[in-house]
Ligand binder design. Structure first.
Ligand code: RB5
Length: 150
């Protein structure tokens, strides 16, 4: 299951990405926004994050105008590794190295053709399971825990 959401800046691109998911047999849940009217991207990020942290979704896709605000929002939650990708190299590398669980894109940054290739790359690339990558991922959570427990 993939949780997908956007604000108004990503609304149109989200329709394209949902079309891709449907055509390629992915199950997905659209958490909104359901209209192109203005809304607040942190609320959309929270809904996608919730589904992942609850175990209702394996991965998420978040789209705002730049992809920046919505990725900043998602990355505030421990266990979320949200990657803003503008090309397929980034999408491949963030799955292989960071085991990213949320793909973020900017609806005003990438066109639909590139966005769909980025989505395909992100969804079909496995985490490398490399020892150094696992160590670094563990450190993200451990260093954060050290900080909040100081
Ligand atoms: C909304 O205008 C815009 O700020 C938002 O979509 C996003 O780009 C924020 O980072």
């Amino acid at each position: 299951m993939i949780a997908i959401g956007s604000d108004q800046g990503g609304y149109e691109l989200k329709q394209e990405v949902m079309g891709y998911l449907k055509d390629h047999g992915y199950e997905y849940t659209d958490v909104g926004s359901y209209t192109p009217e203005s809304c607040d991207y942190p609320d959309i990020a929270a809904k996608v994050v919730q589904m992942i942290l609850n175990g209702e979704a394996e991965k998420g896709i978040l789209i705002c105008g730049t992809g920046i605000g919505i990725s900043i929002s998602a990355n505030r939650y421990p266990g979320i590794r949200a990657a803003l990708c503008t090309d397929c190299f980034m999408a491949e590398a963030t799955r292989e190295h960071n085991d990213a669980n949320v793909l973020c894109m900017g609806g005003r940054v990438v066109g639909p053709g590139l966005a769909l290739k980025i989505t395909e790359t992100f969804l079909t690339t496995e985490f490398s399971q490399g020892e150094r990558h696992i160590r670094r991922l563990n450190k993200i959570e451990e260093n954060y825990n050290d900080y909040i427990n100081e």
